[in-house]
Design a protein around this ligand. Structure first.
Ligand SMILES: NC(=O)c1ccc[n+]([C@@H]2O[C@H](COP(=O)([O-])OP(=O)(O)OC[C@H]3O[C@@H](n4cnc5c(N)ncnc54)[C@H](O)[C@@H]3O)[C@@H](O)[C@H]2O)c1
Length: 439
């Protein structure tokens, strides 16, 4: 089979490389000519474990090609996928669909014959219908069947998630065109039948909404345990044990019950917001999601206040070391990362910031205040620090020697916003140790 994939970002590049690994001929198209040129020379624009190998292998075998030429990429394709960005629209929080509609129109204009056009980007319910209108307006002569195939991969474990998904959701239209699109998509995902991956075949609207409902639920789960963590701090309970006791209940499940500094990333913040806007417009507000958004925003801001409080109420002239800047480990993605809410107010209050992140520094430099010093490693960041804040739980921070940390620092305050360290051990090592929701 052959597909074209528009957008060589976190989703397009991973899904494209994984489809190629399944044996599909994949043409990855991006409007960013520098990105395409780099990919052709084997430079991977993002940090995602295992992706360099997968891209290299499949490019060498000729199954994965990169181009800016859409018509060339679409020649002979069984399906064309859109995996372009859908960021928050400035001002109102609706998903900005301009990239999706522009890409859909480009596809329609470049199409040489009948086509299945699949939206993999996360798009609000109703977008499929609008994509169909865009396509029809551009090419009334051509039968182009629109479908929805939302992507559930997580950055940091994207390849495993794509290759062994919990399910694949496919939304198609009515009639023979819809059936044809469903058949094409099922054929593409056939390698997953071997591992008995459930295929959820639905209408386009249902597929679109399923993606938002899943993300909003996970964001709500994280926010719930964060509020429970705050309560634990007030009443002397341990959120780690509460989460374990809750999560072992099969109806609840253990995942996404880790208390922390608030969710960030390229999906939860914008997707919860977009769902709340869509629901309000439809006259069916999702108040739990609205509250989740507000609680999470307050939480991220409150993390900076915790640092200030731990340093006696004033950080002016004090040095704060920050470990981890990306929104989670094993990615270089800084979009809506908690670090973007924590570092700027500290800098504004006069703190000297020394930060280290294994992969995110390049992007962080463009997003964080100019005065931040980027250290070479964790111990270098800790040098002379009055306080150390652990913001992202990269594995390499777990095994840091507390003795060497204590030696490197001037002060003794550690704020572990990911509950990575053992409170007893940290206190025994001479730290004034603060974590989230633990006594
Ligand atoms: N990042 C994730 O973890 C994740 C997970 C699931 C779903 N999603 C969804 O997938 C979509 C893509 O997200 P992402 O993180 O990969 O975005 P991204 O910003 O990393 O990548 C988007 C790419 O699309 C390219 N592009 C824009 N317009 C184009 C066009 N007309 N033709 C060809 N290329 C074009 C851009 O140059 C960019 O390289 C979003 O809707 C997102 O919500 C993301």
């Amino acid at each position: 089979m052959r597909i074209a994939m528009l957008g060589a970002g976190y989703v397009g590049l991973v899904s494209g490389a994984c489809f190629a690994e399944f044996g599909v001929e994949v043409r990855l198209v991006d409007t960013d000519a520098a990105k395409v040129a780099g990919l052709r020379e084997g430079r991977i624009p993002i940090y995602e474990p295992g992706l360099d190998r997968l891209v290299e292998d499949n490019a060498r075998e000729g199954r994965l090609r990169f181009t800016t030429d859409l018509a060339e990429a679409m020649a002979g394709a069984d399906a064309v996928f859109l995996s372009v960005g859908t960021p928050s629209r400035r001002g109102d929080g609706h998903a900005d669909l301009s990239y999706v509609f522009a890409a859909a129109e480009q596809v329609a204009r470049a199409a040489a014959g009948p086509l299945v056009l699949v939206t993999k980007s996360t798009v609000p319910v109703g977008t499929g219908r609008r994509v169909r209108e865009v396509v029809r307006a551009a090419r009334p002569d051509l039968p182009i069947e629109v479908a929805s195939n939302p992507e559930f991969l997580r950055e940091g474990s994207a390849i495993g998630d794509f290759m062994r998904p919990d399910r694949v959701v496919i939304g198609t239209g009515d009639g023979p065109g819809g059936e044809r699109a469903l058949a094409v998509l099922k054929r593409l995902y056939r390698p997953l039948y071997l591992i008995e991956t459930p295929i959820v075949a639905t209408s386009i609207e249902t597929a679109e909404l399923t993606k938002y409902a899943a993300n909003a639920f996970l964001a709500m789960k994280v926010t719930f345990i964060n509020e429970v963590a705050d309560l634990c701090e007030r009443v002397g309970a341990d959120v780690h044990d509460v989460a374990r006791g809750m999560g072992l209940d099969g109806r609840i499940g253990r995942k996404f019950l880790r208390a922390g500094p608030g969710y960030g990333g390229s999906c939860f913040p914008k997707d919860t917001l977009a769902l709340a806007r869509t629901a309000a417009d439809a006259g069916s507000p999702v108040r739990l999601v609205e509250t989740t958004i507000a609680v999470n925003e307050e939480r991220k801001a409150a993390m900076a206040e915790r640092v200030v409080a731990a340093l006696g109420g004033d950080v002016a002239g004090k040095t704060v070391a920050v470990l981890g800047l990306t929104f989670k480990p094993e990615t270089d993605d800084m979009r809506d990362a908690p670090s973007l809410s924590v570092l700027p107010p500290l800098a504004a209050a006069g703190a000297k910031l020394r930060a280290f992140d294994p992969a995110g520094t390049g992007t962080a430099r463009q997003l964080l205040p100019a005065g931040v010093h980027y250290a070479a490693n964790a111990l270098d960041a800790a040098k002379g620090a009055d306080a150390l804040v652990l913001l992202t739980e990269w594995n390499e921070f777990r095994a840091l020697s507390s003795a060497r940390l204590r030696e490197a620092m001037r002060g003794d305050v550690v704020l572990d916003f990911r509950n990575v360290y053992d409170p007893e051990a940290m206190r025994a090592a001479g730290f004034r140790y603060h974590s989230i929701g633990r006594p």
